[in-house]
Design a protein around this ligand. Structure first.
Ligand SMILES: [Zn+2]
Length: 151
């Protein structure tokens, strides 16, 4: 039942969940400007599962949606594990802000862009071609693990 290739589109109330799903490697479309019709359109035309806290909207999208019951992020992620079988393994492939695939970047190029300790202790860095944010393995890994275990 687990499908690591799920694509999602999330309603306006699920911005935080969207960013976390991207850190897990999922393709998530999210914009605070998307209205219900736009969300349904994206779900249907791009074969995305619609994540919503709005029961009526979930009904309109039928099987193409997952109704998220909780307001808490940890619970929301658990709901997705239970209902969609998402993987909580960090795949480290996508910018949490832009949803763009991140790309490897030469270590020397990030010397001024990451904390000195990080530079010293890591060799692999990635950047987002959209917002130029720098990522490295470990930058979010521990965060996610702590976060999921706490829940
Ligand atoms: Zn980005």
């Amino acid at each position: 039942m687990t499908d690591p290739n799920y694509k999602f589109v999330a309603d306006v109330m699920l911005g935080r969940l969207s960013r976390w799903l991207r850190l897990l490697g999922y393709d998530v479309k999210y914009s605070p400007d998307n209205d219900d019709n736009k969300l349904l359109y994206l779900a249907l035309t791009e074969e995305r599962l619609l994540l919503t806290r709005d029961r009526k909207l979930a009904e309109r999208a039928s099987k193409q949606s997952i109704l998220i019951g909780s307001e808490k992020l940890v619970e929301q992620l658990k709901e997705l594990v239970n209902k969609a079988g998402i993987s909580t393994e960090l795949r480290f492939s996508r910018c949490s802000i832009c949803n763009k695939i991140i790309k490897p970047i030469d270590k020397k190029a990030v010397i001024d862009k990451v904390p000195p300790y990080t530079y010293k202790t890591h060799d692999e860095f990635y950047y987002c071609p959209e917002c130029e944010r720098i990522y490295w393995k470990g930058s979010h890994k521990k965060l996610i693990r702590d976060f999921l275990e706490k829940g």
